[in-house]
Design a protein around this ligand. Structure first.
Ligand SMILES: *[C@@H]1O[C@H](CO)[C@@H](O)[C@H](O)[C@H]1NC(C)=O
Ligand SMILES: *[C@@H]1O[C@H](CO)[C@@H](O)[C@H](O)[C@H]1NC(C)=O
Ligand SMILES: *[C@@H]1O[C@H](CO)[C@@H](O)[C@H](O)[C@H]1NC(C)=O
Ligand SMILES: *[C@@H]1O[C@H](CO)[C@@H](O)[C@H](O)[C@H]1NC(C)=O
Ligand SMILES: *[C@@H]1O[C@H](CO)[C@@H](O)[C@H](O)[C@H]1NC(C)=O
Length: 433
């Protein structure tokens, strides 16, 4: 299929999403789990334990270090926040030592700073960390508790549960959240517990009851983990891709950029591939000590713009070249698109030669912007250009909508092939990005 046709077709698909008006673009923010796990040792590790101070620290950084303005507004609690016992009325309650102010105060702390608070529960007898879960007869109580506290998002995990409890519980929690009258975004771990694929997983139904869902296993702080997750999503792109759209997103899990497992190139790769996938961008890192290099990747405006494209179409892998270069593509609402060239090689920067017409772009003249280097170039659809892709790294291009040939008639010499490696591009206008 011609890419222009593909863009047109995707835009025409009418889709039903959870009708709470939330998350029309992939949500952005911070989530505790990957970096802080179930560290509850506040005596010996006060800076990193799961406590209200950790979430306040991150909120301060989000609001003072330029994150919030870029869209990173959710501050999400994960497992191990609660007391081991429900209160006398059967409600969940926060651990009194680690959250002395309570969750309602923490929500207010976020709202005062233009941020949102997310919380975590489990559709089962216990959370994965062994804290109280939400049994079927506790769904409405827990939804109301979260709403009373002023919580803005719920991640509902699926440990200590089974297929029938999940099939009943996940849709019921969606109804219960709605019935509170508070708009609470809803993240469902359900499909990850059912293998992530039909017939066990019904993506139509998920889109109707959840704003986002975890399809696959937890991310860990390693490149192997990032790559295996990314490969799963693109291998199954024809199944999971069409499920995504405004208000309903596939979630390949957190961004681990800024931690210990990824090189600079691998960090860029995670950011680029997550943006192509229209994935939620929840960082799990230490914003108090993050390096300027990691911050620059996470705060890259061009990538965030691609991620947050309002059309909300999940991108796909166009090809897996035998030389070890993959090409990924995402259509954008202005008729532009994003391209990612990713290297699976482990030798040296690979000079990959390609043309847009080989990728089925329509005839025309295209301006392209390389998002990490901030370089601009112009190519005809048929002109070959070269991208130099580092091992386990990416080159990511924002491709502007084409200008038709005839408007440039007789002017063809202006635009020869461009070379998107670091040195020989014109450093022109960083355009509308
Ligand atoms: C609840 O659902 C209805 C109908 O789907 C929707 O119009 C309304 O905005 C929802 N309310 C909340 C608080 O999510
Ligand atoms: C699933 O779990 C529920 C609640 O623990 C239990 O009542 C039910 O028998 C279980 N169903 C199956 C098929 O194991
Ligand atoms: C999937 O869910 C949709 C919407 O709830 C429903 O109409 C459809 O019948 C379900 N499909 C299957 C195969 O169960
Ligand atoms: C995108 O392309 C279509 C089909 O060529 C055209 O009708 C539409 O006006 C274009 N949209 C924008 C925003 O340029
Ligand atoms: C381009 O289109 C042709 C014909 O439909 C198809 O065989 C080929 O796989 C497409 N190439 C890409 C990179 O999508």
């Amino acid at each position: 299929m011609h890419l222009a046709v593909a863009i047109f077709a995707s835009a025409l698909v009418l889709t039903l999403a959870l009708d709470n008006g939330l998350m029309r673009t992939p949500p952005m923010g911070w989530l505790a789990w990957e970096r802080y796990r179930c560290d509850i040792d506040c005596e010996r590790d006060p800076k990193n334990c799961i406590s209200e101070n950790l979430f306040k620290d991150m909120a301060d950084r989000l609001s003072e270090d330029g994150w919030r303005e870029l869209g990173y507004v959710y501050v999400n609690i994960d497992d191990c926040w609660s007391s081991m016992e429900r209160d006398k009325q059967g409600r969940l309650q926060a651990d009194p030592k680690r959250f002395p102010g309570g969750i309602a105060n923490l929500a207010r702390y976020m709202h005062d700073r233009g941020l949102k608070l997310g919380i975590y529960g489990d559709m089962g007898t216990h959370t994965c960390g062994g804290y109280p879960g939400t049994n079927l007869d506790q769904i409405e109580t827990d939804a109301q508790t979260f709403a009373d506290w002023g919580v803005d998002m719920l991640k509902l995990d699926g440990c200590y549960s089974n297929e029938s409890v999940q099939a009943e519980g996940y849709p019921r929690m969606s109804k219960a959240l709605n019935a509170t009258g508070r708009r609470i975004a809803y993240s469902c771990s359900w499909p990850a517990y059912q293998g992530g694929l039909p017939p066990k997983v019904n993506y139509t139904q998920l889109g109707e009851i959840c704003n986002l869902w975890r399809n696959y296993g937890d991310i860990q702080d390693s490149w192997d983990s990032v790559l295996s997750i990314s490969d799963w999503f693109f291998k199954n792109q024809d199944i999971v891709g069409p499920a995504a759209g405004p208000g309903k997103w596939n979630d390949p899990d957190m961004l681990i950029i800024g931690n210990f497992g990824l090189s600079t190139d691998q960090s860029r790769s995670q950011m680029a591939l997550w943006a192509i996938m229209a994935a939620p961008l929840f960082m799990s890192n230490d914003l108090r000590t993050i390096s300027s290099g990691a911050r620059a990747i996470l705060q890259n405006k061009a990538i965030i713009r691609i991620s947050q494209d309002p059309m909300g179409v999940q991108g796909k892998r166009l090809l897996k070249d035998k030389c070890g270069i993959d090409v990924y593509w995402r259509p954008l609402s202005d008729n532009g698109s994003a391209l990612v060239f990713f290297s699976r090689r482990n030798d040296m920067p690979y000079r990959y030669q390609i043309s847009l017409s080989k990728l089925n772009y329509t005839t025309g003249l295209y301006k392209m912007y390389e998002v990490f280097m901030g370089k601009v170039g112009t190519v005809e659809d048929t002109s070959e250009f070269t991208v130099s892709v580092n091992p386990s790294g990416v080159v990511m291009l924002y491709v502007f909508p084409p200008v038709k040939h005839r408007q440039f008639h007789g002017n063809a010499k202006l635009h020869g092939p461009a070379h998107f490696h670091h040195h020989d591009l014109d450093n022109a206008i960083p355009p509308v990005l």
